[in-house]
Design a binder for this molecule. Structure first.
Ligand SMILES: Nc1ncnc2c1ncn2[C@@H]1O[C@H](COP(=O)(O)OP(=O)(O)OP(=O)(O)O)[C@@H](O)[C@H]1O
Ligand SMILES: O=P(O)(O)OC[C@H]1O[C@H](OP(=O)(O)OP(=O)(O)O)[C@H](O)[C@@H]1O
Ligand SMILES: O=C(O)c1cccnc1
Ligand SMILES: [Mg+2]
Length: 552
């Protein structure tokens, strides 16, 4: 299919194809197209290349990364083709001397001759292990570089960030509330999607819910509370009992309950906001099954909690259960403990069995450290609503995935650097994960493509790629090949998993990591090694390619 049918921001199209509408062949850097022309002029149309897409350092001072974005990459390749208007535009931006035959060549290009070997989406991955190995015609493999990188980098960063929040929050609910603060509309959508696969339970982003089938959740804003000043503004005060019968005046009921609550909690009537109670009653009438109130507009202890409990008790009178509260300022540990103690007291006073377990949600500039600190302090929060820090990945705003040529026409290629970490590992490689008896992953090993795979129960020499003295024999209890052929002959050749399945993969994949590798403070690095054969190959090639200097 040509990209003509996929107009930018055509969201019907996103829904139908599960593909972001702005992902198309021109979503790339100009230099890919100028290189394509120069390759074409140089007669390299039949050259065959192998590229590795990998990163060099885990994000967030951590020692693991979650690989995400694969589905988008494969869908992009499946429809990779320049439309007539793409070609017209490229003609406008390239110099006028470019030969017409090149444009004809570009018009006919598809990704049908590419093969992509990929790690399963949602898997925990480590530096230097190729996430994708792209094999095929040099020009096409080069042309897709930027798009593949932009699809993998943010997705993986976001999924990793979310997975870290999930680990910090344990079994508590996590909701992504970041659209308003995200890096633009596409950043917002991607953040909602990949935070869900990283372990969030839902999003406030309605379009993300519609497009990706993610649960959507929400409460209300301070403006809803401040829009009410007193009881006279309430036009609707009545609600029919859940089980039928004549309607009851919820405001009157709530005012009655509030009188008693004021004396139980030792608060003055003048301290409790009437506008806030009017707002709560109005919201409860609108959503009797889903009443969740933001209680920090005026004063949590003296007003918000009293008004919430009064409204929840009124709802209870007509057979509805309130859901809970949201705290959005102040000391969240302290206020959540206070809120829980209020709920327990009300439960005792009114003998309402569910009251002590009403949900307490916390929001306000929360990040991974805040959650860990709250855990240490002790709190009664059941759910977090998290925006800015999550979706902007404030702690580290980019993952450094790169795309490097490792082989051309069956001859290995190496990129040298003064910085050893930046030297590429040449040649077509396979990656294996070796597991120990406990089920935890011991080490990843990269091997030359022609080597036999490591076998269960058989010793394998694992070497540090650059430090000669660092090596170990590893006897794996089980071995997993990390790459699978995922794109071949122009088609996605491995069934795609839905978002829920990828989310499950993330959860399972993190279980195979030892806790010390996952901890937040000074985690132990997980080792990525090379086989002895690959070690020799890499270092021989390195010496061959490094010029010998002369001193005079
Ligand atoms: N118990 C706690 N331990 C650690 N951090 C907390 C705790 N309670 C709240 N925080 C965090 O502290 C920060 C408080 O933010 P800020 O200084 O803006 O206060 P605020 O409560 O929002 O004030 P205001 O009422 O003026 O809006 C937020 O990032 C919040 O997540
Ligand atoms: O704090 P975040 O993690 O980004 O979570 C989302 C925030 O967005 C909402 O209000 P907003 O920040 O727009 O206004 P507020 O600061 O006055 O609450 C909400 O009340 C949270 O505070
Ligand atoms: O539903 C909410 O409570 C919400 C949504 C977005 C941002 N802050 C809060
Ligand atoms: Mg805020």
């Amino acid at each position: 299919m040509s990209s003509e049918t996929i107009q930018p921001c055509n969201l019907t199209c996103v829904k139908k194809m599960g593909q972001n509408g702005i992902v198309q062949p021109l979503l790339t850097d100009l230099y890919q197209i100028t290189m394509a022309y120069a390759y074409w002029k140089a007669g390299k149309t039949s050259a065959n290349a192998v590229f590795d897409l990998f990163f060099r350092k885990n994000p967030f001072h951590g020692e693991f990364t979650i690989f995400a974005g694969l589905e988008e990459c494969l869908k992009f390749l499946e429809k990779f083709s320049y439309s007539e208007s793409d070609i017209e535009y490229i003609k406008q931006i390239l110099p006028s001397h470019i030969e017409q035959e090149f444009y004809e060549y570009l018009s006919s290009l598809t990704a049908k001759d590419l093969k992509v070997y990929a790690v399963e989406e949602g898997t925990v991955v480590f530096p230097r292990v190729p996430l994708l190995r792209v094999e095929g015609p040099l020009i096409v493999a080069q042309l897709v570089e930027t798009t593949l990188l932009t699809l993998v980098n943010f997705a993986s960063l976001m999924a990793t960030n979310a997975a870290r929040y999930r680990m910090a929050a344990g079994n508590l609910k996590l909701f992504e509330f970041g659209l308003r603060r995200a890096q633009g509309p596409d950043g917002g959508l991607s953040a909602s999607k990949y935070s869900y696969i990283g372990g969030f339970d839902g999003t406030s982003n309605v379009l993300a819910g519609k497009l990706f089938n993610i649960p959507v959740k929400g409460t209300h804003a301070h403006s809803y509370v401040t829009s009410f000043s007193d009881f006279s503004e309430l036009i609707t005060k009545e609600l029919h009992p859940k089980d039928g019968g004549p309607s009851k005046d919820i405001l009157e009921l709530a005012i009655g309950f509030r009188k008693r609550l004021i004396s139980i909690f030792n608060v003055l009537l003048s301290e409790v906001s009437d506008g806030e109670l009017a707002a709560f009653v109005s919201f409860a009438i609108a959503f009797p099954e889903n009443f969740m109130a933001l209680v920090d507009t005026y004063d949590v202890k003296k007003s918000g909690l009293i008004n919430f409990c009064a409204t929840a008790l009124a709802l209870n009178e007509v057979g509805y259960r309130a859901v809970g509260i949201r705290l959005d300022s102040g000391d969240l540990a302290y206020l959540s403990n206070i809120a829980r103690s209020y709920f327990k007291k009300v439960e005792e006073e009114y003998k309402i069995s569910y009251f002590s377990s009403l949900i307490i949600m916390a929001s306000n500039d929360i990040n991974e450290e805040t959650i860990l600190s709250l855990n240490e302090q002790g709190h009664c929060i059941d759910a977090f609503g998290i925006g800015t820090h999550l979706v902007t990945c404030q702690k580290q705003p980019a993952l450094g995935c790169v795309y490097k040529m490792v082989e051309l026409d069956e001859r290995p290629r190496i990129k040298l650097s003064q910085d050893v970490e930046k030297v590429t590992i040449p040649g077509k490689k396979d990656a294996y994960r070796l597991y120990g008896e406990t089920g935890y992953a011991l080490i990843d090993i990269l091997q030359r493509n022609l080597e036999d795979s490591p076998a269960e129960g058989k010793k394998v020499l694992c070497r540090h790629p650059f430090q000669e003295s660092k090596r170990a024999f590893v006897k794996p209890s089980s071995v997993k090949k990390l790459h699978q052929l995922s794109f071949n002959q122009g088609k996605i050749c491995k069934p795609l998993k839905n978002l829920q399945e990828v989310r499950k993969t993330v959860e399972q994949s993190l279980k195979i990591l030892r806790p010390d590798i996952k901890r937040t403070l000074n985690p132990t690095p997980y080792k990525v090694s090379v086989s002895d054969d690959l070690y020799q190959f890499l270092h021989t090639l390195w010496l061959e390619n490094a010029p010998i200097g002369e001193l005079s």
